[in-house]
Every structure is written in C-alpha cells, then in structure tokens.
Write a protein that binds this ligand. Structure first.
Ligand code: IMP
Length: 427
C-alpha cells in the first residue's frame, strides 16, 4: 500500500501505543525517501531489529537505518536535545551514519530539564502514569505561547528576558506542586548555549523539505508515536499523552496539508497492551495476561515498566479506524499467540445492560464496560517462518480474517517476529 498511488503514507498506532510501529516503518522505509516524526518526543520507544542488533529510537525516526532515507523531526514533535545526541552516539557506535540526512524543525519545541521536573512533580497528584520525559509540560508551554523552540537557539542572547520569566514561573510551579527541586537561569543558559552549535546544522524549515519531496514525487512516511487511544482529543482522557497521535495530527505536525496524505496504516497487536493508568476493558488480569507479557516481552522500551496485557478489542480498533480514517491494518506479534489453545477476542461491550459497539467518550463509562468475547481456536504451531498468508496455519488465517471482518479494515501486513524479514505483505 506504499506505492506511487499512496506515496505519502501515515503509520499510526491504533491501540494504546507499543503496537510495533517502529518495525513497520523500518520495513516500509526500504522504499521510502523520507520518514517524518510529527508528534510526541522521547516518550516514544520505537524498537527496530536488524540482524542481531537492536535499536531503540526515541527521538530519531525509525527510517534512519536506511542510508537513502532523509529523516525529519517535524514541527509537531517536541525535542529533548540530550536524548537526540545520545541516540546519534549510539547509532554511530553501531556503524550508522545519519550525516546530512537528519533534520529538526526550527518550530519544534524544546523539552527542558524544568519540564521533566514538572512532569514528575505533577504525577504525584495526577497519577496518569506518564513516562516522565517532560512531554506534557512542554506541550503546555507550547499552547500557553511561552515555549522555547529549536529556532530560538539561533539567538540565545535575544531570549534572555523570556528565560528569566520561564525560570521564575517554573520554580513557582514546582513549589506549588510540593517539589523541592529548582532550576537556575545560569544552568539553563549554559545548557542552551551547549545545544545551539550542535543543533544548528540540523535545523531547517522541515515542512518545506517534506513539501518539496512530495512535489518531486518521492515516497514519504509519516511515523506516528503512541496510539489512537492516547490521543489528547480522541483517547481515554485524561489518561492520554499531550499530542494528537491520530492521522489528522500528521498533517499539522509535519507541516503539510491534509490532502497531501494518501493513506493511513493502523498498526495493531494481535492482542492488546497498555502502559500507564486508565481503562483497558479487555485486560487479562490472570495467568493468561502474565503469559502474554512474558511471551511478548511486554515491558516498556522507555521506562521498563511491565505492560498491562489483554485480548484484541474490536471496539477499540473500529474506533481507531474511524478517527484515523484507516485504509489498512498491520497486525503485529501474531507469533506471541502461537501456543494458546483458544484466543478470546473482544467483539462488543455491555454498558449498563446494553450492548455497545463503539467506544464511550467518557472514561468512567469505559471503566464500567464488560467486554463480550468470542473465543477463536488457537493454531498451536510456530508462525515465525511464514512469509506469505498461505504459510500460516489455517486457524491463524481464520483469526486474521475475523479481526479484519470485525474491524472493517483490510489487513495489509502481518508481523510474525522481531526481525525485519519476519513480515507478511498481503498481496
Ligand atoms: P506521557 O506521554 O509521558 O505524558 O505519558 C502519558 C501516557 O501515555 C502514559 O499512560 C504513558 O504510559 C503513555 N505513553 C506515552 N508514550 C507512550 C508510548 O510510546 N507507548 C505507550 N504508551 C505511551
């Protein structure tokens, strides 16, 4: 589905994040010219495995491992420069040279140490279960029109008054939140002056770069982070991240018009996981949930936190299909289900005595729903070597057919392991 007709494809998570977007983007990037991160920041942890080497990318787009790909951190993303520099070092140590093909938007907002302190201090009362990377407070400053942007590093002297205001305000907020941490103007200035020369060569009007690539007929992937149910508007508010993770956010965050995007690939696990707090209707709070966690290695790539695990929830995916306008699905981690003899699939909810096929917008109602399950037969055979649908056991194909029928979106990719080659492209 990433061809001349769909030259600009957005890849989004259609559950609660961690669906395997990094692997899909890495696989699709083989035929891409450009990969753009358009929202979020170092809260993401996109895992890509090539041969025996594993990369966990938090800031840098997952296309970076392909030497022909230009990577963009767009205006809608938030940038933690220290994390970026760390990833660049890690890539260099593994022989990857992003020289001349990584650009950061001059409009992307900077995540400052203050934001991380505020994130952790807010958690004590809000208890969202954030990643602690300063994401929420950075977006708060952006929408409060007092953020610092990458472009501001071109003139650190020119923003002295804003820095004073920011430090004072930040320290007041920290005190209000009961934190004893404080930030200092000198430390902030030193930090910004250290970042400036390193970021300057990477800084660009990235919307223009994406626009030009599209005008030249190049293939561009827009790489979403987190998932639809963590979207600040469409997710399980307030247990969400602070950006628009859905496909609509891709145009804004990449700096292009919505009509430039030709398709939206929704990535889903063959089951479901969530990190952090908030409702997860099909959570398996039993031995089967533990088994999914163990077999799927379900521990956060950024925080190491154990992920909550459960069964595929079609209400969630149907909803994600609607709010993203999905044109295809990629089902990942099918192999994790290989040893189960029967696999429950959530097909609807019971809410206050009524059957409900959608997602209640109110988090309390979502916390009250009772999932209605259908039990599908397991296949109890390894799927890791399958490279086309016909290689899969009959019941695994039946499982995928059922997910497709229930979700109303065609399955275009199936991932059966962590390696690049462990993927089925449905023809
Ligand atoms: P924040 O994005 O750090 O503010 O965290 C807000 C919520 O989003 C928390 O529940 C996090 O666990 C969740 N979250 C943020 N980033 C990711 C991700 O990349 N994968 C899964 N969950 C995430």
């Amino acid at each position: 589905m990433f061809d001349a007709q769909t030259a600009c494809l957005v890849v989004v998570g259609a559950q609660w994040g961690d669906e395997g977007k990094g692997k899909l983007v890495d696989v699709l990037a083989e035929r891409a010219h450009m990969v753009v991160r358009y929202q979020g920041g170092a809260n993401a942890g996109h895992t890509v495995v090539t041969g025996d080497t594993q990369f966990i990318l938090q800031q840098i787009p997952s296309g970076i491992l392909h030497p022909q790909v230009t990577c963009i951190i767009g205006n809608g993303a938030v940038l933690d420069p220290d994390q970026l520099f760390l990833e660049l070092e890690q890539l260099a140590a593994k022989g990857v040279d992003p020289g001349g093909r990584l650009f950061v938007s001059d409009r992307a907002h900077l995540v400052l140490p203050l934001h991380k302190l505020l994130d952790r201090a807010s958690e004590k009362s809000q208890n969202i279960g954030t990643t602690g990377r300063g994401i929420g407070p950075t977006y708060e400053d952006k929408y409060g029109r007092r953020g610092l942007r990458v472009g501001d590093l071109r003139r650190v002297d020119g923003v002295q008054a804003e820095l004073v205001e920011r430090v004072e305000r930040g320290n007041r907020l920290l005190a209000m939140l009961g934190s004893t941490d404080r930030v200092s103007l000198e430390e902030l200035r030193t930090l910004l002056e250290g970042w400036a020369p390193k970021l300057r060569p990477l800084t660009a009007d990235t919307g223009l770069l994406v626009h030009r690539a599209l005008q030249e007929g190049r293939r561009v992937l827009l790489e979403g982070a987190q998932g639809a149910l963590l979207d600040v508007d469409h997710g399980t508010y307030p247990f969400v991240t602070s950006s628009n993770t859905t496909a609509g956010g891709a145009a804004v965050g990449a700096g292009i018009g919505p009509t430039a995007i030709h398709g939206a690939l929704g990535v889903v696990k063959a089951y479901i996981t969530r990190v952090g707090n908030g409702p997860l209707p099909t959570e398996a709070r039993d031995a089967a949930g533990d088994r999914l966690r163990e077999l799927g290695g379900e521990f956060g790539a950024v925080t190491g936190r154990p992920r909550r695990c459960g069964w595929f929830d079609t209400n969630v995916v149907r909803y994600a299909a609607r709010v993203n306008g999905l044109t295809g699905l990629a089902v990942t981690k099918l192999d994790v289900l290989d040893t189960f003899d029967a696999i429950p699939v959530g097909v609807a909810y019971q809410l206050d005595g009524e059957r409900c096929g959608d997602l209640p917008g109110d988090v309390d109602a979502l916390g009250r729903v009772q999932p209605v399950y259908e039990r599908l037969p397991g296949w109890q055979r390894s799927t890791g070597d399958a490279r086309k649908l016909a290689d899969l056991p009959k019941h695994a194909r039946g499982y995928l057919d059922r997910l497709e029928a229930l979700s109303g979106v065609a399955v275009r990719y199936v991932s059966v392991g962590t390696r690049r080659d462990q993927i089925i492209e449905v023809q």
